[in-house]
Design a protein. Structure first.
Length: 279
């Protein structure tokens, strides 16, 4: 996934990076002149079947393993722009052995920077590549799973692709489920097994009393189908809406189950997104 967004983003940047905003300035001097020369960051990444990245040697002076020096100079000028994340990825994948530990740490911070990835998604969206923008925005979410604005942006991209309805995210990922989440009596119900497995919990079903039990980190939550009564470590609690069976799958009120398992639950109303993450 990461390789895909990096290549896609690079191609967009190479052709339309905000009308040449990614210009790296390189100080050059000789015996006749002592002035600076603007050198365009020429990202000449070619998408081939083997997905290899290449950088033109006339831009960076790529002489064998020393080619990373030009990239290091360039990234100083674009580290806060989308190109920063792309160049950081190139340096870390192509020239890792030539970098110091300090340089690696700085490049990792740039590469994973949520804002940079989000801006790349904006660029792709504006260029009509909505599907590719979705891939990049998912990476932005994984860089910071607590930022609701990132989920909202992804939800709006999904809307453009015709993906409607309630959306569910657990630790930045989208669990697979047979029954889509839905809202009933003001409460969001989600497939129990999907959310529990995403949180790495153990789920068991008891046919005799029609109950489902989930256990995680010493916490045991038990719900009964069509009953507003549930238990958390043996203590009874009352639900606003009961667990139910929809199209053969058990669905439960997401906020109750997630909070009972000590996970944070957020609701992004505009795109109807349920966001769950472990604090």
């Amino acid at each position: 996934m990461k390789k895909r967004w990096m290549v896609i983003a690079s191609c967009v940047l190479a052709t339309s990076l905000m009308a040449g905003s990614a210009l790296a300035k390189s100080e050059t001097s000789n015996s006749n002149e002592g002035k600076s020369e603007a050198v365009k960051v020429n990202i000449d990444l070619k998408v081939k079947t083997d997905v290899k990245e290449t950088v033109t040697s006339d831009t960076y002076g790529d002489q064998g393993h020393n080619g990373y020096k030009g990239l290091l100079n360039a990234i100083d000028n674009v580290k806060d722009k989308p190109a920063g994340a792309v160049l950081a990825e190139l340096l870390l994948t192509k020239y890792e052995t030539q970098l110091t530990a300090e340089q690696k740490a700085e490049l990792e911070a740039i590469k994973e920077k949520e804002a940079a990835l989000s801006v790349v998604a904006d660029l792709l969206d504006k260029n009509g590549s909505v599907t590719d923008a979705v891939y990049v925005q998912k990476e932005a979410i994984l860089a910071n799973v607590t930022n609701l604005d990132s989920y909202k942006k992804l939800g709006k991209l999904y809307d453009k692709l015709g993906k409607k309805g309630v959306k569910l995210y657990v630790n930045g990922e989208e669990p697979t489920f047979e029954v889509a989440p839905f809202i009933r009596e003001g409460n969001t119900l989600v497939p129990f097994r999907a959310i529990s497995e995403a949180l790495k919990a153990t789920v068991t079903w008891n046919e005799e009393d029609r109950s489902v039990t989930v256990t995680r980190d010493g916490i045991t939550v038990k719900l009964f189908i069509d009953s507003k009564t549930a238990t958390v470590n043996g203590k009874e609690v009352t639900l606003e809406v009961p667990a139910a069976i929809e199209q053969g799958s058990t669905v439960v009120p997401v906020r109750f189950v997630s909070e009972a398992l000590k996970a944070a639950v957020k609701w992004e109303a505009e795109t109807k997104s349920v966001v769950i993450y472990e604090e």
